[in-house]
Design a protein. Sequence first.
Length: 234
Amino acid sequence: MVSVTTLSSRRVADTLDKLHHEAKIADQAHIEEMMALMESPGADAAQVVETLLAQERADNQATYRRYANNFLAVSPAYGRFLYAMARASGATRIVEFGTSMGISAIYLAAAIRDNGGGILIGTELEPGKVSRARTNLEAAGLADLVDIREGDALETLRGVVGTIDLLHLDGAFSLYLPVLKLVEPRLKTGATILGENAFEPEYLGYVRDPANGYLSQPLPLDEGRGNEFTLRAA
Ligand SMILES: C[S@@+](CC[C@H](N)C(=O)[O-])C[C@H]1O[C@@H](n2cnc3c(N)ncnc32)[C@H](O)[C@@H]1O
C-alpha cells in the first residue's frame, strides 16, 4: 500500500513502534516511582512538582544524568499531535529543547518532510542520548532534516539564526522561560510553542499574560502532564 504521509510510511511507523516499546520498558520503574510519589499520603501534585523543580534548579545536569538511560518521551497521541500542529502551521523551521532518544524529533521531522523540507534544531545534554537520537533518526530516514546540538540548551540555542515556526519545550522544565526568552526574537508572529510538563508558575505566568504577546492555554491531552499550547500572537 502507498503511504499517504511520512508519518504513516512503513519506515517511520516501524521505528516509532519499536522506540515507544523500548521507552515503555526503560521508563517503567521511573513512572512507577512518580506515581507512588503522587499517591503518597498527604502529597499533592503541586508539592511533587515543586520538589522536582527544586531538584532541577539545584543541579539541572545532575538531575538529568540520572535519567541518561530513560526516554522520558512524549506519548504516541502527543507525538501525533506534534506532527499535526507542525503540518497545520506549515512549519519548516522547528526548535526542540530536550531531544532525548529522538522520539518527538521523529514526529516533528516527519512533518517537516511533508511540509516540503526544512530543519529541526534539537538540543540534548546527554552525549549518549544524542548519539542514540541520531541513530534513531537515521533509522526513520529523517536524519537529513535534523541538527541535534549536544550540550546545555542555554548555550546551544544561542546561535540559532533565521525564524522559528514552532518551538517544542520538553527539556528541564525549570528552564522553559529562559529558553523561550533566548529564542523569542526568532519566533515568527503566529509561531506555535508547545510546552510538555509546563508546570513552572513563572513560565505559565509569562505566556498567559497577553501583554507579553502570547495567547496560551492548557491542552486537554495527556491530562496531568502539564501540556500547554501557546501562540506567538504579536
Ligand atoms: C522529557 S525528555 C525529552 C523527551 C523527548 N522530547 C521525546 O519525546 O522523545 C527531557 C530531555 O531534556 C534533556 N535536558 C535537560 N536539561 C537540558 C538542558 N539544559 N539542555 C539540553 N537538554 C536538556 C534531558 O537530558 C532529557 O533527555
